[in-house]
Design a protein. Structure first.
Length: 67
């Protein structure tokens, strides 16, 4: 994990995890990179329209709790 990145845990059925891992492998992709891209795409479509000050406050809180 690169500095400045945080991790999450995702629970999947063993079959789904194996399929995801296999497809990523055969496409030469990193599972974490694909997952991050999927989350970014989802957020682009579903993110809340919060004022910038609230978004920044939330980012600061989560960074403090990680360190």
């Amino acid at each position: 994990m690169a500095q400045g990145e945080a991790s999450i845990r995702v629970y999947l059925s063993p079959e789904t995890k194996d399929r995801f891992k296999t497809v990523c492998f055969f496409k030469g992709l990193n599972m974490s990179d694909v997952t991050a891209e999927l989350i970014e795409d989802w957020l682009a479509k579903n993110d809340l329209d919060l004022p910038i000050s609230q978004k920044n406050a939330h980012s600061s809180k989560s960074k403090k709790s990680e360190g």
